[in-house]
Design a protein around this ligand. Structure first.
Ligand SMILES: [Zn+2]
Length: 152
C-alpha cells in the first residue's frame, strides 16, 4: 500500500527523495493531518474544514509562488470531493489571490494513480502556481499533468 502513497519516479531535487525514503520507511502518508506537521516544512497558511493551505516545500522550477491545497481527510479520487469541499476550495483560492495580490496563476488538481499524473503523493491535493510574465528571457513553466501517448 505504501508504494502507492509515494511515487519515487516523480521526486524532484533538493532532498525530496531522501525525505520520501524516510516517510516510506515509516509506512505513513505525509499529507494526512497526523503527519503533515512532521514532514511538511512550510507553515499552514490557512486551515478549513476540508483543506489545509500551504506552500510547496519543493516548488516547481521557475515558480514565484507554489501553493498546495491538501484535502484534510485522506482521499485519492476527485469523485470523493464533496460539494461543500469544492466550495471551500474556491474560497481558499480567492483568499490567496487577494492576500498575495496574484495577477494570474495556474490552478490544477491531479487525482488517482500517480503513474498517470506525475504526482509524488497520491493523497489528494491541488496546486496554485504563479511564475513571472512572458518576455524574451522567459520560458513556459512546466507542471506535469500526465504522460503523452507516443505516436508510432
Ligand atoms: Zn493521506
Amino acid at each position: 500500500m505504501i508504494k502507492k502513497i509515494l511515487n519515487f519516479h516523480h521526486a524532484r531535487a533538493g532532498g525530496q527523495t531522501e525525505k520520501m525514503k524516510k516517510i516510506a520507511s515509516e509506512k505513513i502518508c505525509p499529507f494526512c493531518p497526523k503527519y503533515l506537521a512532521k514532514y511538511h516544512d512550510a507553515p499552514i497558511e490557512k486551515k478549513g474544514r476540508y483543506w489545509a493551505v500551504t506552500k510547496n516545500d519543493y516548488p516547481y522550477e521557475g515558480s514565484k509562488w507554489h501553493f498546495l491545497f491538501i484535502h484534510r481527510r485522506h482521499i485519492e479520487q476527485a469523485s470523493q470531493i464533496t460539494g461543500p469541499a469544492f466550495s471551500e476550495l474556491s474560497q481558499h483560492l480567492k483568499y490567496l489571490i487577494k492576500k498575495y495580490k496574484l495577477p494570474a496563476g495556474g490552478f490544477f488538481m491531479r487525482f488517482g494513480d500517480s503513474d498517470y499524473t506525475g504526482a509524488t503523493v497520491i493523497h489528494l491535493h491541488a496546486h496554485l502556481i504563479v511564475g513571472g510574465p512572458r518576455n524574451k528571457k522567459t520560458k513556459p513553466l512546466e507542471a506535469p499533468l500526465g504522460y503523452k501517448i507516443q505516436k508510432k
